[in-house]
Write a protein that binds this ligand. Sequence first.
Ligand code: AMP
Length: 281
Amino acid sequence: MLLFKKESDLRIYLQQKKEKKALIGFVPTMGALHNGHLSLIREARRETDMVVCSIFVNPTQFNEQKDLDTYPRTPHKDIELLSRVGCDVLFMPGADEIYPPGLNTRIDLDFKSLDKVMEGAFRPGHFEGVAQVVKRLLDIVEPDGLYMGQKDFQQLTIIGYMIDQLGIPTKLVSCPIIREENGLAMSSRNVRLEKGLRKRAVVIYQTLLQAKDWIQEMSPREIEEKALKALAIPGFRPEYFKVVDARTLQEVDQLEKDHPLVACAAVWAGEVRLIDNMFLS
Ligand code: AMP
């Protein structure tokens, strides 16, 4: 695996590969890699000739300095895992490579109501930062395929919208959520969970599974109310539980044919904020 820290070096290298018609798959991450991330690399390997992974803890998408400061960083382990899974190129830029002074990287795009709900409502500015960094990375890598996890469902939807609206010639590939043995969605933040909380955090997965049953006989609002109660176990504080249209991310009043619904949750487990989601139909 080759490691690049500078945008210009990476561009030159990738240009040579593109001239030879290699299809490039790209997996952007913030590091502290786990099996969820590695599943994206594997999927990209299956579909493309060359996989580029980036590790960059993007300051512009954090709305709490403490969360940025305590975000886990394990670069040596990440490099080893990526080499083992067959990643071809790792891009590990510093902030001044991604946001060089004088370069305007802000995205001027109206995400309609996609970025106002759920994560957008609780983390002001978060998706602006996500769109900004993903657009910047896409400009540098110019991949054929962008591989992202359904784990961050709203992020996936927003990036898909940006790609469409800006006419970016990259295919967005959604990859399934990889879970720990007990069902907890893998997340870099899980290592910050104290042992007991990590065990009990399975309540999020269990509640999502229950919502799948409940949708047969209850309205989305009733489900949300029931789920919030189920999630409020000692040590846990649900921030939201929403049943929304999987395309528009807007609340719906009932299950309708051809309108897939997804349940999305954000829950504080002690000091750690966890998100998860599941298609209900
Ligand atoms: P992050 O490092 O948290 O920014 O995540 C980088 C990419 O990995 C994003 O596309 C995430 O959706 C994806 N990802 C994170 N956790 C998982 C998981 N448990 N299963 C599948 N994809 C994941």
